[in-house]
Write a protein that binds this ligand. Sequence first.
Ligand SMILES: C[S@@+](CC[C@H](N)C(=O)[O-])C[C@H]1O[C@@H](n2cnc3c(N)ncnc32)[C@H](O)[C@@H]1O
Length: 263
Amino acid sequence: MNKNWWKYFFKPLTAEVMFKPRLGIQTENEVKKVLSEINSTKKLNILDLCCGEGRHSHLFAKKHQTTGLDYTKDFLKVAKLKTPEKIKKNLKFVHGDMKLTSKYFDKNSFDLVTSLYNSYGYFDKRSDDFKVLTEVYNVLKPRGYFVINTLNGSGVAHHLGDHKPTGVGNEVEKNVFVLDNAYLNKKEMRTYSDWKIIDARKSKAKIFRGHFMQNVYTNTELKTLLKKAGFKIVKTWGALHGTEFDEKTSWHQTILAQKIQNL
Ligand SMILES: C[S@@+](CC[C@H](N)C(=O)[O-])C[C@H]1O[C@@H](n2cnc3c(N)ncnc32)[C@H](O)[C@@H]1O
């Protein structure tokens, strides 16, 4: 597998199966949950890291100054095209790599940074994953918040066997099928996934094959890394829209952390 898989995996068809089914009420609930936890009455300056096609950024920007950052140029194009006229003054999109975040923004710029829907753990070197946390720390204002939602290592180990690929097949919309074969390498604590997307909406079906790997962190590990980067842990919940977190069985963890001081 290519070490920099994240440069190649994200294509318009992947976006269609990842983002489209989550538009509408699901995304509204996710944004509502994040903003309710921050519980601020003022207009915030928000950075939506790994914003994809901007499904969360578009909703944040209804009330808040928002910047979406993503590496995939095709996604940013769609995010810009989908921006309604009336929120354009509140929203911009920046092309960039999450581990270089402080290259694009001044220190102490944002009240809230988000990394939503499993956009963490993508790098071959775990030190690069950690760098994302310190970069976020740098661009946050003192007392600013970071919401990170990613896989929960213990939950993934509970659900996926070691070197035993677990296959899941779904028809995500009529005549679009996703076959996902994934396993967890327990020694590396890294998942390896093979995706086949079959788009049979036209008479000549298209097949996309993509591979990705993701480092997984237990809740204790991720909290420890966040603290090492300078954060205080405020709260943990499970799926982004607000389910209970169970350390042993939850697939996802969402952590609200706060920048406590300048390093
Ligand atoms: C699972 S998607 C989540 C997108 C978005 N947060 C959402 O929930 O709709 C992960 C996103 O991370 C982006 N990405 C991958 N590697 C990146 C990197 N090194 N820097 C910035 N963005 C990256 C991808 O292009 C993709 O949009």
